[in-house]
Design a protein around this ligand. Structure first.
Ligand code: SF4
Ligand code: SF4
Length: 81
């Protein structure tokens, strides 16, 4: 499952550099997560790095983008950097 950023985002930029997959980018009116690049930090961190640093807790799991752990691992393994 990719994560999503909700309307509560204050565009503080804390999450963007923490993402190991360059999945987060600045947009209007809030920052966004590229679902093709977000793999929930699987095989990288024990929990999503962006959620850990977000000061307003506005990053959530996207119910419209559900993926199995195997699919997330596959996405990570085939990521272009
Ligand atoms: Fe990036 Fe990980 Fe957050 Fe996905 S969960 S946007 S890969 S930091
Ligand atoms: Fe928005 Fe949270 Fe990222 Fe800051 S850390 S830009 S508030 S999603």
């Amino acid at each position: 499952m990719s994560l999503m950023i909700t309307d509560e985002c204050i565009s503080c930029d804390a999450c963007r550099e923490e993402c190991p997959n360059e999945a987060i980018f600045e947009d209007e009116p809030t920052y966004m997560i590229d679902s093709d690049r977000c793999c929930e930090c699987v095989d990288q961190y024990s929990e999503p790095a962006c959620i850990v640093v977000c000061p307003v807790e506005c990053i959530a799991y996207d119910p419209d983008n559900i993926e199995t752990e195997g699919e997330l691992k596959y996405k990570h393994a085939h990521m272009d950097y």
